[in-house]
Design a protein around this ligand. Structure first.
Ligand SMILES: Nc1ncnc2c1ncn2[C@@H]1O[C@H](COP(=O)(O)OP(=O)(O)OP(=O)(O)O)[C@@H](O)[C@H]1O
Length: 575
């Protein structure tokens, strides 16, 4: 059983709450000691007080037990409170570490791991770890009680104590092998549950499509298959878990039987007193309860270990794009960005760009055109360092992007993409995400630049108007303008529009492009587009095909060259 591994991992999150752990352990020790003392007191009550008729000793023992019981209740309640504070502190510590780690992971990770599965690490997995903490504490308590009982058993009679201890050892060793299997299977359950969470999440966000395409039957059927797969793993895992739970109790029945028989014979032959055999039996009955409670906790611990393994896998993810330890802060963009023989592929099947070289000068208005999948957005991904090139270099004013901090690069870039991400908060707060330190006046200026201000003022709640879930209460054009205002709030040296207007109607598109033209005067602007008519405004056009730049120049030059650009232009103008 990976108990030691689990203890080591969980310990990292427990360290700040060591004082709570000490209090909880002290409570466990007290409770275990008191529990055993009650069982043991019978020997003294019978052999030293009842049989010799020593009334004052009997009263003294009972008073001591009463005092202990009052303390037991008080410490028990206090311990429950400490345990609750301990659990939520440790679990929140794990959640915090995971969340902070996620913020540093590269885009590649979020494309590889499903959202529902990641979310499941925060809810389902942490819940399992939380349970394992609760039951882990019970386990420690029961182990403490078992330990105290074992000492008292030796004290009462070493032969019977030895038989009991051998049996107890077997009770704990026997299920260890199965426990490892149970943990492995439990890990698979957690994985399957992550997949199911993802399916549900995906289904909720794509309800419009499910309904329009009549996919209800198909999705229900697929979901049923997923549930069946979960059931298969679940039954196996839980059966192993329950085996781990059952074996100690079954073995202990034989230990009890052996002790009763041998103890009864010894008492019959006057080798031990009646008080000893009664106390021993009470200890054994108590021990049985301890073992029941101990084994009841094991499945929770198994689930917790599997969940912790998943959490550790997530925490072990290494960001593909990282700042070097000696990363430098980029100065304000002053001259040029150059791509020198850059090659990048998302995977062996997914080609990005191939041996690509280009220059972007300060103040340029560049447009990248080309068919879908030509690699236009990949250039933006590389320029913003969402990915690093496999070969070649990207130099920003002569500094390799790999050697500068991601923050100092991204601070200089304002990006508006086709898919606008808005948070379910007010218009003002959505714009503020562009620069958290912005004043209300700066937000207003950005909104004016994006020609959004008048529209916002026409709303009853003005800048405080909520945008709704994923900006659902606004039109596509309004969402794009918010995204533009957000990008402008950063006062970016480089403004990138990646298919930012592709989804808009021609009138809204023309309005936004006119706004961009005005803004472009003091900036470097990069436009990625399918719509070749937008290229006419550029001072340099890059034509892309299959990850390469196949032509570059002004509109008139490219038309003269007669390649892909001219063909695309002809197609559009012929329409
Ligand atoms: N995140 C990603 N993971 C894997 N492959 C990707 C990813 N993004 C793009 N690709 C692949 O890289 C290639 C270039 O894609 P890219 O998005 O750069 O093209 P594009 O010219 O911008 O296309 P479009 O105009 O359709 O947006 C495509 O084959 C695409 O399938």
């Amino acid at each position: 059983m990976n108990l030691m591994w689990f203890a080591r991992e969980i310990n990292k999150y427990i360290v700040p709450y060591k004082w709570l752990v000490s209090l909880l352990i002290a409570r466990e020790i007290f409770e275990a000691a008191f529990d055993s003392s009650i069982r043991m007191s019978l020997k003294f009550i019978i052999d030293a007080a009842i049989i010799p008729q020593n009334y004052s000793l009997l009263v003294l023992i009972l008073l001591l037990l009463l005092g202990g019981a009052i303390l037991f209740i008080f410490i028990g309640l206090l311990g429950d409170y400490w345990a609750i504070v301990f659990q939520i502190s440790v679990i929140n510590n794990i959640r915090y570490s995971m969340f902070a780690h996620l913020q540093n992971l590269s885009l590649e990770f979020f494309e590889r791991r499903s959202t529902g599965d990641i979310a499941n690490c925060f809810s389902g997995d942490t819940e399992k770890v939380e349970n394992s903490l609760i039951y882990g504490l019970i386990l420690v308590l029961e182990l403490g009680s078992i330990f105290f009982s074992a000492i008292l058993m030796f004290f009462l009679n070493w032969q019977l104590g030895l038989i009991s201890c051998i049996g107890l050892t077997f009770c704990t060793i026997a299920p260890a092998k199965i426990a490892q299997k149970a943990i492995d299977k439990s890990y698979q359950i957690r994985d399957k549950q992550g997949q199911i969470a993802n399916v549900v999440q995906e289904n909720i966000v794509s309800q419009a499509m499910v309904k329009l395409f009549g996919l209800q039957f198909q999705t229900i059927n697929n979901f049923f298959q997923d549930l069946q797969a979960l059931k298969k793993v679940y039954v196996k895992a839980k059966f192993y878990s329950y085996l781990v739970q059952r074996i100690p109790t079954l073995v202990f029945v034989f230990v009890q039987l052996a002790v009763i028989s041998i103890g009864a014979v010894m008492a019959y032959k006057n080798i031990i007193t009646v008080g000893t055999i009664v106390s021993f039996q009470v200890l054994l009955v108590g021990l049985n309860l301890n073992i029941l409670s101990f084994t009841f906790s094991l499945p929770y611990l198994i689930d917790g270990i599997a969940a912790m393994q998943r959490i550790c896998v997530l925490l072990a993810e290494v960001p593909q794009v990282q700042d070097a330890s000696d990363a430098i802060e980029l100065a304000h963009f002053s001259s040029e960005i150059s791509f020198n023989n850059v090659t990048f592929n998302y995977s062996s099947e997914r080609k990005g760009v191939n041996n690509l070289s280009l220059r972007i000068h300060k103040g340029d208005f560049l447009v990248f055109v080309g068919h879908s999948g030509a690699g236009k957005s990949t250039i933006v991904n590389l320029l913003t360092r969402l990915y690093d090139p496999e070969q070649g270099q990207i130099l920003f004013d002569g500094v390799d992007l790999r050697s500068c901090s991601q923050k100092s690069l991204r601070e200089q870039i304002g990006l508006v993409s086709q898919e606008v991400i808005l948070f379910n908060t007010s218009i003002q707060e959505n714009i503020r995400m562009g620069y958290l330190g912005a004043t209300d006046e700066q937000i207003e200026t950005a909104a004016k630049d994006a020609e959004l201000h008048e529209f916002i003022l026409s709303l009853p709640q003005g800048y405080d108007t909520p945008v709704g879930n994923r900006g659902g209460q606004l039109s596509g054009g309004q969402r794009q303008r918010i995204a533009l205002a957000r990008a402008l709030l950063r006062k970016p040296a480089i403004l990138i529009l990646d298919e930012a207007t592709s989804a808009l109607d021609p009138i809204t598109e023309a309005e936004i492009l006119a706004t961009v033209d005005k803004i472009a005067k003091n900036r470097t602007v990069i436009v990625i587009t399918h719509r070749i008519t937008q290229a006419i405004r550029a001072n340099v056009i890059f034509v892309m095909e299959k990850g390469c730049i196949v032509a570059r120049g002004h509109h008139a030059d490219l038309i003269k060259q007669g390649g892909l650009y001219a063909t695309l232009w002809q197609q559009v103008t012929a329409d």
